[in-house]
Design a protein around this ligand. Structure first.
Ligand SMILES: Cc1ncc(C[n+]2csc(CCOP(=O)(O)OP(=O)(O)O)c2C)c(N)n1
Ligand code: SF4
Ligand SMILES: [Mg+2]
Length: 327
């Protein structure tokens, strides 16, 4: 894009935003909560999703990200209303299809911070297949799944994570199907950063969101976020304020102490799987983290190699040559 200079009302010249190195290098105002707050959340009073939003605002403020590089995406559901409440680029997309939308954005604009928010139904039911493919391709994004064990928006149907026996509009006599275990699914899917938290613990959420966004690749956090309307108190067993206990995974410090033997090695897939088999409410923290090349890096290399083979022709020249071959 070329640089454009215009005269303003008082005769001084200004340079259009987005094109001038002078503007690009100018000191930025600190990103404030006011700047990133878009709308009043429309969740029910007491919904766990409020705390997730608060934690996310805190992370954005703390990291002072470039405002124009923040992208929040979602599918459909109460939790998926999230992008409405964040003043940044965003989209409330088709039910279960946030991952493919995010994949295109992440691959085309690797400079953006791509965050996805959604529910257990959106992620593990209708979007379950997309989740697996985003994970195995290791596309760079951070996916935060607000798991409330129910379809909240559509007013209480059994979700893929509802426990056996849960009475809902679709299972009036109690759910009979084995629920999805999100950690097991994500490990098997090939996600390279997998963690679990609870909406009652904002500090823990902030720590995990920061770690997830620093991770290169497909990072996912499952967050137990209570639907006070259709499945109240279900996460109390992991909430110390309600008599439960929040057990945090102790990660290995590699300090050669006997205690370290017992700590969790986040790079050990089988150990992560074992943690995932613990009975409800289980443990919280990072289950698995590994370093694998992202599709973003692999695809960039492939494009560069292919372009070299064409003698670095422009997109238009390549297209024209293709048309010429078809004549
Ligand atoms: C293709 C399609 N099927 C079904 C629906 C109806 N629907 C909207 S949200 C939803 C479930 C949302 O549940 P979840 O993802 O757990 O989000 P929550 O509301 O619990 O946060 C369903 C079934 C839809 N919008 N589109
Ligand atoms: S229905 Fe449940 S999930 Fe939806 S806003 Fe209300 S409390 Fe939250
Ligand atoms: Mg839900």
């Amino acid at each position: 894009m070329s640089e454009t200079t215009t005269a303003n009302g008082d005769g001084a010249t200004t340079v259009e935003a987005g094109v001038s190195p002078a503007i690009a290098d100018a000191p930025r105002e600190k990103l404030t909560k006011k700047a990133i707050t878009a709308d009043l959340p429309t969740w029910c009073p007491g919904c766990g999703d409020f705390a997730v939003l608060a934690a996310f605002y805190k992370v954005l403020e703390k990291r002072n990200l470039e405002h124009e590089k923040i992208v929040t995406l979602a599918g459909i559901g109460c939790s998926s209303r999230f992008p409405y409440f964040v003043n940044g680029h965003g989209a409330h997309y088709i039910h279960g299809r946030a991952v493919p939308l995010a994949s295109g954005i992440s691959l085309a604009r690797p400079d953006l911070h791509v965050f996805l928010f959604g529910g257990d139904g959106d992620g593990f039911s209708i979007g379950g297949n997309h989740l697996d493919h985003g994970a195995r391709k290791n596309i760079n994004m951070t996916y935060f799944i607000m798991d409330n064990f129910v379809y909240g928006l559509t007013k209480k149907q059994t979700s893929p994570t509802s426990p056996i026996g849960f009475k809902s509009k679709t299972d009036p006599t109690g759910a009979i199907d084995q629920p999805v275990n999100p950690m097991k699914k994500l490990i098997a899917g090939g996600a390279t950063f997998i963690a679990r938290t609870h909406a009652a613990n904002v500090t823990h959420m902030i720590q995990l969101i920061e770690r997830a966004m620093d991770h290169q690749g497909f990072s996912v956090i499952e967050c137990l976020s209570e639907c006070v309307e259709f499945f109240p108190d279900v996460f109390d067993p992991a909430n110390p304020k309600k008599g439960g206990s929040f057990e945090v995974i102790q990660e290995k410090k590699w300090d050669s102490t006997p205690e370290d033997e017992l700590r969790h090695d986040v790079t050990d897939e089988l150990a992560a799987y074992k943690l995932a088999t613990l009975p409800f409410p289980g443990v919280f923290g990072v289950f698995y983290e590994t370093d694998r090349p992202t599709k973003n890096v692999l695809e960039k290399k492939w494009i560069e190699t292919s372009r070299e083979k064409t003698g670095n022709a422009s997109d238009l020249e390549i297209l024209q040559k293709t048309f010429d071959r078809m004549k």
